[in-house]
Design a protein around this ligand. Structure first.
Ligand SMILES: [Zn+2]
Length: 122
């Protein structure tokens, strides 16, 4: 096995690890979201009359933002795992060049080489 192949193998493990981690995070956000909704639903958390209300609303907005970020991360990880399954992991989806291992180690779900990533806003 070449150094690159060995590095890619450990990155594949890293993808699986991150996928499990992000799933657990999303489950926690879903739980927080349900709790906050429940708190909002009971009359004590009225935004207009209860100072706690605006705090709850702020927390809910924050949970939603974090949850959206986690869902986006999961989608990226799933796309990377799909490339692993297709045997194209580590290959730039734009130009077909090999993505340097150092870049993949910094960002295991990277789907483009540095040059292409810089030219495609995302
Ligand atoms: Zn490229």
């Amino acid at each position: 096995m070449t150094d690159r192949a060995a590095a890619l193998r450990s990155l594949e493990d890293e993808l699986e690890h991150r996928r499990r981690e992000v799933d657990a995070r999303i489950a926690r956000f879903d739980h927080d979201d349900a709790m906050l909704r429940r708190d909002r639903a009971d009359g004590t958390a009225d935004d207009e009359h209860d100072p706690e209300g605006s705090t709850l609303s702020g927390e809910w907005t924050q949970v939603q933002a974090l949850r959206r970020a986690a869902l986006a991360e999961r989608a990226e990880l799933d796309a990377a795992r799909e490339r692993v399954a297709q045997g194209t992991y580590g290959v730039c989806i734009s130009c077909g060049a090999e993505i340097p291992v150092a870049r993949l180690q910094a960002r295991p779900a990277a789907d483009r080489c540095v040059v292409c990533a810089a030219s495609v806003p995302r």
